[in-house]
Design a protein around this ligand. Sequence first.
Ligand SMILES: Nc1nc2c(ncn2[C@@H]2O[C@H](COP(=O)(O)OP(=O)(O)OP(=O)(O)O)[C@@H](O)[C@H]2O)c(=O)[nH]1
Ligand SMILES: [Mg+2]
Ligand SMILES: [Zn+2]
Length: 304
Amino acid sequence: MIPEEQRVIRCVLRGKFKHDLRHKKDKLILTDVAAVGDYVNFDMIDANSGVIHSVDDRKNFISRKAPKQKGATTRGERYEQVIAANIDYIFPVCSFGSPVFNNKVLDRFLVIAESSNIQPIIIFNKIDLVEDPVEIEFWYNLYTSIGYKIHSVSAMTGEGIPELRELFYGHKSLFWGHSGVGKSSLINALFPELKLSTGEVSSYNQKGKHTTVIVSMNQINRDTFLIDTPGIREIAPFGIQKDDLAHYFPDLAVYLQSCKYKPCTHNHEPGCEVVAAVEREDIDPERYDSYLRLLENIEDDIFF
Ligand SMILES: Nc1nc2c(ncn2[C@@H]2O[C@H](COP(=O)(O)OP(=O)(O)OP(=O)(O)O)[C@@H](O)[C@H]2O)c(=O)[nH]1
Ligand SMILES: [Mg+2]
Ligand SMILES: [Zn+2]
């Protein structure tokens, strides 16, 4: 898969990086220095290995609030986990049937993509399991009306896969979603030579079993990369301020300039145009509800 003129060099990070993880001034702690997709500079140790001494500035990156760190006792510190860097597209993967479609989770992925300035392209997978076409049509119409692109596919039957394949060439694309939605299966259906491991969906709780455990970048040709990620249990955006959240909902963002008070959190202020648009049904109540839930999460978090 790796073109002949390219090769893999296994690297370790130079020890001094440990200090770079802690940004004392703003109490930010990064869980890692380099992430998948980073461009790094390194010294060779021998023919096939090296030591990384610096990481280039990133064009963009996606991160989330790191799950609670073991031994983290210091108050007021914020932990950020960078998932990947220098990405062209994020593909939030949702499934129908098993696990069931979850629009709240999709909205969180979209907020992270928007706030990282990376174009999301939504994938509705497992369309072979759709029993009620009305349901999928509802969500398809809602997200396309906001302006998002959606591909409805089945990694199992291959439906929609050839059309999807065209999008990847020349880009770095990241697949993101809950465990069991079929991220690895999709990448295999697109590029069978990769042979990624895939797992079962437990019939007990309709959740995947966390088959993929590390973020991996898979090379297709010189400039085409697909990043597979482990399914996640929780997805909490990192570093989004309450006042900014609505900017990352394009369907709410169009009304922001018209709110009477600024800043407006669009949940209680009089003369709020977002609330007026929800009442007129110009904003879908499900999306507004996603916004309110995320807003509440951010408010709960003493670090923001
Ligand atoms: N019916 C059907 N099953 C699918 C489809 N895509 C994937 N699956 C099944 O869903 C299960 C989970 O697929 P994976 O590809 O391992 O899911 P994942 O999102 O990579 O999961 P993690 O690695 O745990 O995050 C497997 O049993 C797949 O065979 C599909 O389009 N239709
Ligand atoms: Mg997987
Ligand atoms: Zn408002």
